[in-house]
Write a protein that binds this ligand. Structure first.
Ligand code: CAA
Length: 383
């Protein structure tokens, strides 16, 4: 397999990098400290077209490919992991399922403003008893003729409460397992739809994460996404693509920490020479660079497969699992290179070390990624 990015990809990288350096970097310390969402920066991302990168122009998108999208998430996360996941959750989880499964009316009403960045999207799958076992959904949507009555709740929802549009999964036919789950488009502000806990997280603190509570929310029939009973497959297909976004986020966080560590290793002198020229540190840097290069190939090649409508579920799981695992290793090594200085609040490697951890947990823990990868190789277990 030959793989390289194009000039267009690299031009986009330059543009997003400049934006991240100029508009986001100066805010990262305060956003992390105060749990602040970058409202203005996200609005600017919308104006730049970056909230709709992989969607066609007639949907309000940029009409670029999945690699472009991965590069944009990577470049935002290189400066701020929280902003990286805001874009990833909005694009892959909040917008893509409407693009892929929405009817014309749904696309007109919801997809266009999402792609233009006029609205922010989110994805409501996880529940207290349905985390890794996403099929354990307990939220219900009861058919009441012209609407469904939605009851239950979701936890750990990225972009809530900032998001306007939520793709929510609920049981429409009980007792038949995952085939009884359906997907709905739910709007913020509807009666009975409230936000519970706003989580105080270890990392990615510039992103918002909240609990969704549904109390007799009337969801119009026309907001059923896809067919009744198709919800679990919609969720799984969405996550296949979403994992490319999280892999790109992990890659970006690791890249940011790596660059910090290289700069420091060239400046910091101990035993008469910069520490980067001591073998203990130079070998670390060599290993970090190799891991980053491997992760980048995995991420971009999964994106390329998706772009070309080829099977990519295993490859996106591999990219997510590997990039997240190495993000932990690389940020850990970066902090180690900084020594005591890196352990101080205000140091970017300290924040990046905390930001990296979530990438091994959300959009399917890395244990779940290994289940997905193994099931692609081995198939279903014998009965
Ligand atoms: N695409 C389409 N359909 C799929 C699919 C896929 N990738 N994977 C499974 N399915 C279908 C299967 O074909 C099967 O359908 P049939 O019965 O018709 O054949 C059905 O779904 C059930 O499949 P499984 O028996 O494999 O399902 P399972 O219950 O064993 O679960 C799992 C599989 C992979 C473990 C799944 O539960 C899973 O992905 N769990 C992790 C959940 C997750 O990633 N949550 C993330 C929440 S979002 C988030 O974290 C975002 C954020 O904050 C940024």
């Amino acid at each position: 397999m030959l793989f390289s990015t194009t000039q267009q990809h690299e031009e986009l990288r330059t543009r997003v990098r400049a934006f991240a350096e100029e508009e986001i970097k100066p805010l990262t310390f305060l956003m992390d400290k105060e749990n602040q969402f970058p409202d203005d920066a996200v609005a600017k991302l919308g104006k730049m077209g970056l909230m709709g990168i992989p969607f066609p122009a007639d949907s309000g998108g940029m009409g670029l490919d999945m690699i472009s999208y991965a590069i944009a998430v990577e470049e935002l996360a290189r400066v701020d992991g929280g902003t990286g996941v805001i874009l990833s959750a909005h694009t892959s989880l909040g917008t893509w399922p409407i693009f892929a499964f929405g009817n014309e009316a749904q696309k007109k009403k919801y997809l266009i403003p999402l792609c233009k960045g006029e609205k922010i999207g989110a994805f409501g799958l996880t529940e207290p008893n349905a985390g890794s076992d996403a099929g354990g959904t307990e939220t219900t949507a009861v058919d009441k003729g012209d609407h469904y009555l939605l009851n239950g709740g979701k936890i750990f929802i990225t972009n809530a409460p900032k998001a306007d549009t939520y793709v929510v999964f609920a049981v429409t036919t009980p007792d038949i397992g995952v085939r009884g789950i359906s997907a709905f488009i739910v709007e913020k502000g509807w009666k009975g739809f409230e936000f519970g806990d706003h989580y105080d997280k270890m990392g990615i603190r510039s992103s918002s994460t909240a609990e969704l509570i549904f109390n007799d929310v009337k969801v119009p029939k026309e907001n059923l996404l896809g067919k009744e009973g198709q919800g679990f497959k919609i969720a799984m297909a969405t996550l296949d693509g979403g994992r490319i976004g999280i892999a790109a986020q992990a890659l970006g966080i690791a890249q940011g920490a790596f660059e910090q560590a290289v700069t420091y290793a060239k400046e910091r002198v101990q035993f008469g020479k910069p520490i980067g020229f001591q073998q203990a540190i130079s070998f670390k840097i060599a290993d970090m660079a190799t891991k980053l290069r491997t992760a980048r190939f995995l991420v971009y090649s999964a994106a390329e497969l998706k772009e070309n409508h080829m099977p990519f579920g295993m490859e996106s799981a591999m990219a997510k699992q590997y990039a997240a695992d190495i993000a932990l290793e690389v940020t850990n090594d970066a902090l180690q290179i900084f020594g005591g200085t890196g352990y101080l609040k205000g140091m970017e490697v300290e924040r990046m070390y905390r930001d990296a951890k979530i990438t091994t947990i959300y959009e399917g823990t890395n244990e779940i990624q290994r289940i997905v990868i193994a099931s692609h190789i081995l198939g279903k277990p014998p009965k």
